[in-house]
Write a protein that binds this ligand. Sequence first.
Ligand code: CDP
Ligand code: MG
Length: 697
Amino acid sequence: MAQFWKPGTEKPRLVEDEDGGVIFLSSSYSSSSSGYGYVSIEKQRQRLPVYKYRTAILYLVESHATTIVVGETGSGKTTQIPQFLKEAGWADSGRVIACTQPRRLAVQAVASRVAEEMGVKLGEEVGYTIRFEDISNPDLTRIKFLTDGVLLREMMDDPLLTKYSVIMVDEAHERSISTDIVLGLLKKIQKRRPELRLIISSATIEAKSMSNFFLSSKRRQALEGEELRPRLEPAILSVEGRGFNVQIHYVEDPVRDYVQAAVSTVLLINDKEPPGDILVFLTGQDDIDAAIKLLTEEARSNGKNSSGLIILPLYSGLTRAEQDLIFSPTPKGKRKVVISTNIAETSLTLEGIVYVVDSGFSKQRFYNPISDIENLVVAPISKASARQRAGRAGRLRPGMCYRLYTEEYFLNEMSVQGIPEIQRSNLVSCVIQLKALGIDNILGFDWPASPSPESMIRALEVLFSLGVLDDDAKLTSPVGFQVAEIPLEPMIAKMILSSNELGCSDEIITIAAVLSIQSIWFSARGAQKELDEAKLRFAAAEGDHVTFLNIYKGFLQSGRSSKWCHKNFINYHAMKKVMEIREQLKRIALRLGIVLKSCETDMQLVRKAVTAGFFANACRLEAYSHGGMYKTIRGSQEVYIHPSSVLFRVNPKCVIYHSLVSTDRQYMRNVISIDPSWLTEVAPHFYQQQRHNPTIH
Ligand code: CDP
Ligand code: MG
C-alpha cells in the first residue's frame, strides 16, 4: 500500500482555510463510538450537533426573516430542524413547514427518516412530494419535504406559498438551478409576506455572500430608519462541525482507469485495514454498475478475506428496498461497500463509513450557448467537493480518504468551488417557469448568480420557435400556458401538445413517460450480447421512441409480468414507474383538453410529433466514419449515435435526439429518424434564419 499511496499534507485539523472549506475538527459526535445501532432514536437525536443549537435556531427563526445555518453534513440540519420548528408551534393552525432538497432520492430518504423519528406514518404528519410522486396529505401533513423543482411548481398555483410558515432551502451550497431560482423567488415573496420565515442551510457555504443576497441595498436603508421586526438582516448560525480526523492519501501517479483503481483500493483496504465501511465516489449508474461487477468478481477470486463484503450501489432511481439496505446497520463481521454518485457527498449521511475512496469526478451538466448543446459530462470535482467527500469518513471514528488523484493535482489544478448549475445549463425550462410566474424581465431577475446573456437569448429563441413565447417574449395563449402547465421539459410538453393535433397522443404520452426515467433496460454488464438480442426483439426501424412503444405493448400483453421483463432484459421497476407516470400525464393531458387518441400503426405521425418538440436537436449524417458521424443541423457540432440506440450503425440520413452524453465523443441517446422537410414545416423561424447552415437537404 505504501508504494501506491502517499499520505497528504492537507492539514486535517483545519477549521476553516482561505478557500472557506470547513472541515475536520477533532472532537467526537458522542462519548461512545459504538455506532448508532443500539441506541434509542431519541438518544440519537440528542447526540446530533444541531441538538445543542435548538434554542438558538428557534430564537433566530422567530426574530429574523432569514436564517442561514451552516453545518457539516450529518450534523442533523435536515432531519432535526423541521422537527424543532414543529415542536415550537410553527406547524400549528394548519400551517406547514417545508424543507426542499435538490435531489429526489434525498427527499424520500429524509422524509422516511423523520417520519420514523416522530413515530408517524409517512404521508400523514410527515410527507414528501417529488415529481410524479406525492406522498403527502393536504389536511394532515405538517412537515413536508419536497424537491426545489416541486416548490417552483407549487408557486404556479399559489404564488405566495401561503400554506407554508417556514421554508427551509436545504443543500444550498449545491447551487442547483432550481435552488437558485427558488432563492430569487423567495426573496420576492418575503417582501409580500413578512411573516414567512426562511432557513437557508448548507454544508459549506459562503454564508456572507448568501446573507448579502438576502439583504439588498434598499433593505439596508429600511433597516437604518426603524427597528424592524422580524429583523431583515439574515442571521448566520454556524453549527460546529464535529467529525473525526480524516487522514488523506493520494496516488503517486495519475490513474488511467478510476473504476479499476477504485476497485483495487477497496480490496486493499479490505485486506489491510481494520473493520469499517467503505464509501466509494464514482459518477453515475454506468460506472457504478461496472465497479460492482468488477469488485464482485475480484473479491470472489481473492478468496476468503473478501467474502464479508456487502457491495451496494447508491444512485437516484433505486427502489425503496434498495435504499433501506444502504441505511441498515452493517452486520457484525461484515463490511459494507457503498458505491455512490455524489449524492452521498452531502445529501445523505451513511453511518459506519470509515474509509472513503474518491475518484475525483462527478457527472455534471454543461451547456454551450454557441453550439446550443447541453450534455452530461464526467468532469473533475472541486476542492470543496473533495473535502466534503473526505469528511464522510470521519463520522464514527478517525477515518481515511483515498484520493484517486495526485496531491499535486489537488493542490494546483482542482478548482476551489464548483460553478453554479445555472451558469452551465440550458435555460429553456428555467425561462418558461419564470414566465409562467409572471416574471417578465428575466435578465433583470434577482439571481444569486446571473446566468449568461447568451444562454438566456438561446432559450428565448427556442421558446419562440416552439410557439411558447410571442414577439414580446410573453407566454402565448393557449400553447405557452399549456406547455408551462406540463411538469416536463418544454420540448416534451410541446411534443405532447402537437400529438393532440396529429392524432397520436396515446403513443406520445407513453414515449414521454419513458423519456422521463433514466432507462427501461436492465443494466447488463457482462451480458451485453443477451441485452442486444433482447433489444432486437423490439427494435423499430424508426428508432428508439417507436421501440419504446413496442416494449410498452409487449409489457401490457404479458399482463405486466415481471417474468416477462426479466426474460427481455427490461427493468420491471422502471416499467412500473412508466405506467405510473403515464397515468399522471394522462390526467394532466385531460385537464388541458387533450383527448387520448391512438394513431394505430401510422408511425409517421409519431415521428412528426417528436419533431414538433425536438426540432432543435436535429442532426444530419455527414460521414460513415467511426460508425456514423452526424452534425447538428443548427450548430454543426459533431455527434454520434450512442451504442445503446437501436439506430446505432443503422445511420438514417436525418435524426433527432432526446439528449446527449459525452464521453470520448458526444453521443446521442434516444434517437428517431425523421424527414428533414418536416423541420421547416414545424419550426420555420428556427431553420430558415440560419446564418451558418442555411440549407437542409
Ligand atoms: O442534514 P445534515 O447533513 O446536517 O444531517 P441529517 O441528514 O439531518 O442527518 C442526521 C442523522 O440522521 C445522521 O446521523 C444520519 O445518519 C441520520 N439519518 C439516517 O439514519 N437515515 C436517513 N434516511 C437520514 C438521516
Ligand atoms: Mg442535510
